[in-house]
Design a protein around this ligand. Structure first.
Ligand code: AMP
Ligand code: MG
Length: 399
């Protein structure tokens, strides 16, 4: 058996960051920037009003209340066309250019109508009041984001605000998912004797999507060398990485092994972990291939431990691993020493003091998918006897 860390090291060494490219902003959400982004112009690019109100000369309002002559209106999106002279004001809307001569805005709530063409200013304004200055948010030439920044909604807005049409990013990895096994069906209706429904493929496709990648459904192949070969070839042609499930343990009809050994450069591991002990990893013509175990919980845990960090690395992410935090075991989580790290499916909740508490989400067999689905964390039990109730246990948060 090899340790989780040893397996991860080999995997991460074979999964370099994908080549970067320019993507339209509309396609860049969740992508990681491949270089620094620099502002082409100031934001705001002109002095403008932060309020609906009146643009004034602050000095004119010193003896408030005062009455000023209203010489025009400034709306957002158009040039003012009027200047504010001594004793004058311009009615102004939020976002409109600050008229020449004015140095402050009095919000409309601090004014009252004072007959045709006039406004009464009820409180003195200071120069700069409610004025947004050029470059206050962003200055031309400023570094907006360092390389390695994951673009969220706000980042895309910032890029749009300086006129960027595209972002220079690491693209999302296209990840193929292939199920293998003669017993699998995805068709509705009754099951034939021995048949089971293919649950790994929808699960893995969803895990891939959640990891920020583009899932590519490679379908399900029977335990047949030619069918598996064809599916892997299809995957290699169109994907940045491939996940297979099933056929990597020591069964008699595990043709995944035969095919991947022929096509690629593979490791066949027994990892010191439970669940998810069997794992195949390697490359087929440079494309990383993860041969995940067929048992549904094992394939999910294996994805979390090995595939997700590698896919994140390929997409330029800096934080590869799920956060691991201390939690209180609300019940004993016992195990037997076997040289492996056990990952126990648990429900994690937070108490009033911000402490995390965990309880088993259900049975721990590697075929018990529902208990995995109900879990939002995995309690990490190093080799040994486990933990008693109320003891501290490390948990890997899955959400
Ligand atoms: P294998 O790794 O092929 O020996 O499969 C181990 C167990 O996982 C067997 O009980 C399989 O029937 C089951 N299994 C394999 N693939 C899938 C799948 N796609 N969906 C649900 N169960 C599966
Ligand atoms: Mg099988």
């Amino acid at each position: 058996m090899i340790s989780i860390e040893e397996a991860r090291k080999v995997i991460l060494d074979c999964c370099p960051v994908l080549p970067s490219r320019e993507l339209p902003l509309g396609e860049a959400l969740g992508c990681v920037t491949a270089g620094v982004s620099v502002a082409g112009h100031d934001v705001p690019s002109f002095a403008n009003s932060a309020m609906d109100g009146f643009a004034v000369r602050a000095a004119d309002t010193a003896g408030a209340p005062v009455t000023l002559e209203v010489v025009g209106t400034a709306a957002a999106g158009s040039a003012p066309g009027v200047e504010v002279g001594p004793g004058q004001a311009v009615r102004i809307m939020t976002g409109a250019i600050l008229p020449v001569g004015a140095d402050a805005i009095v919000m409309v709530e601090r004014t009252a109508p004072a007959g045709a063409g006039s406004v009464r200013i009820e409180a003195a304004a200071a120069a700069g009041d409610h004025v947004r200055h050029p470059g206050e948010d962003i200055t031309a030439g400023q570094t907006l984001f360092e390389a390695g920044t994951e673009l969220g909604p706000g980042h895309l807005g910032v890029l749009a605000s300086v006129g960027a049409q595209t972002a220079h990013v690491v693209p999302k990895a296209r990840v193929g998912v292939l199920s293998t096994g003669d017993e699998l069906t995805s068709a509705p209706g009754d099951l034939r004797p021995g048949q089971i429904r293919d649950s790994n493929r929808p699960t893995l496709l969803a895990l891939v999507a959640r990891a920020g990648c583009v899932p590519v459904d490679l379908g399900s192949a029977p335990d047949d060398e030619a069918a598996i070969t064809a599916a892997i070839e299809r995957g290699v042609a169109q994907c940045d990485a491939i996940l297979t499930s099933g056929g990597v343990s020591v069964g008699d009809f595990d043709y995944v092994k035969v095919v991947l050994d022929r096509l690629g450069d593979m490791h066949w591991w027994q990892v010191a972990v439970k669940p998810a002990k069997p794992l195949a990893f390697g490359t087929v013509r440079g494309t990383p291939v993860f041969g995940l175990p067929g048992n549904p919980v094992s394939s999910m845990v294996s994805f979390e431990l090995f595939a997700r960090p590698a896919l994140r690395q390929m997409m330029g992410q800096r934080e590869l691993f799920r956060p691991e935090l201390p939690a209180v075991a609300d019940e004993a989580l016992r195990r037997h020493p076997d040289g492996k790290v056990h990952f126990v499916r648990v429900v994690a909740t937070t108490d009033g003091e911000g402490r995390i508490h965990v309880r088993r989400s259900g049975g721990q067999g590697s075929h018990l998918l529902r208990a995995m689905a109900l879990a939002n964390a995995l309690a990490v039990l190093p080799d040994g006897a486990g933990v008693e109730a109320n003891a501290t246990v490390k948990v890997m948060l899955l959400t």
